[in-house]
Design a protein around this ligand. Sequence first.
Ligand code: 1AE
Length: 415
Amino acid sequence: MINRPNGQAYTTATYRLFDDKADFHKKAEGIAVGLTVGSWTDLPEVAKRQMEKHLGQVVSVEAHEPEGAAPGERYADITIAYPDLNFSRDLPALLVTVFGKLSMDGRIKLLDLNPSADFLQAFSGPRFGIAGVRGLLGVHDRPLLMSIFKSVIGYDLDGLREQFLQQALGGVDLIKDDEILFENPLTPLEKRVETCIGAARQAERETGQKLIYFTNLTGPTSKLRENARRAIDAGANGLLFNVLAYGFDALAELANDSSIDVPIAAHPAMAGAFYPSPYHGIAAPLLLGKLTRIAGADLSLFPSPYGSVVMPKEENLAVQAALVDKALPLREAFPVPSAGIHPGLVPLILRDFGGDVVVNAGGGVHGHPLGAAAGGRAFRQAIAAVLAGQDLTAYAAAGHEELKLAIERWGVRQA
Ligand code: 1AE
């Protein structure tokens, strides 16, 4: 229970704290006081009355001290309530309050945050969300398919155009730049967008299918808005954003800007510096789920449990849950489990994530024996097979040549 002087708002943070000897209740008190008013018991009564509204409170301490625990296994999950009065309505202020110096103080990981309704009012979240992105594409009855440019560095506009066209002809819904494509003389921003959107229009005439191109939004932070508008003026209908390199606040600024009226896909580059350790950092569901959604991403990419860069399945599903959690008064964001995805993984992806998912592949599209267009078609066939309740191999054998070749190349994962 939180004591609310004058009914004021609180935001809670939950941590996992590992310590072989500590009194966890004392530690929790130390955090609640140390990260808010600094000291408490030594304050005179008058000062206490003045400071009470700024004081953090221990909400719960759940200790896990299994009998015979090996050194390093004793931990507690601790929830602290922070008065909203102490920080401004922006994510840097919140994060520095709850996990600034504390993030460096021993073996402690930030598991979750529950910002107050008042704090959340400062954020518009995803501008489009799952329903909005589906609306832009006119696709409501199946998972979406995204492909990723591969081999972009050193390519000129003609090379890029051909690669885009081949991906688009394969029937993908979304194409994203590789996250390592920055401003460069061969494919400068506006030219790149005009070239790719031109190829998208050409493919649309052949496939009858709409397409969103997520252009990588790059440059120094002070130029992000300007670069986003330049890309949009040149025809970009989506933006890719390396959110962790820039910070959540940069994403929130872009998502809150009504002139940047295209969906934003958040790339998880650098996420490995934050979430994988059980002892340090920020848990994946908070980092790539809740915070990414609050900051305004319409799509959040993260390593899947099946491919080349792996995140455990429970963690993956918790990221998805945070992206679509109805308790958050914001639009839902698309989960995009990624890295090493090929058509033989589609049954697992749809089984685990359901229909509101983006199947995303780079190598799994471009590495198809008949090229990227066939790669896209193989994925679409795999999705159709699963939606029809059919076995992938049987469906491939029934005249779906691209899927058949993809299965010969990569196989079908059963579990
Ligand atoms: C987790 C991000 C995945 C990504 O950005 C990427 O480029 C994946 O490529 P493939 O599908 O592994 O080739």
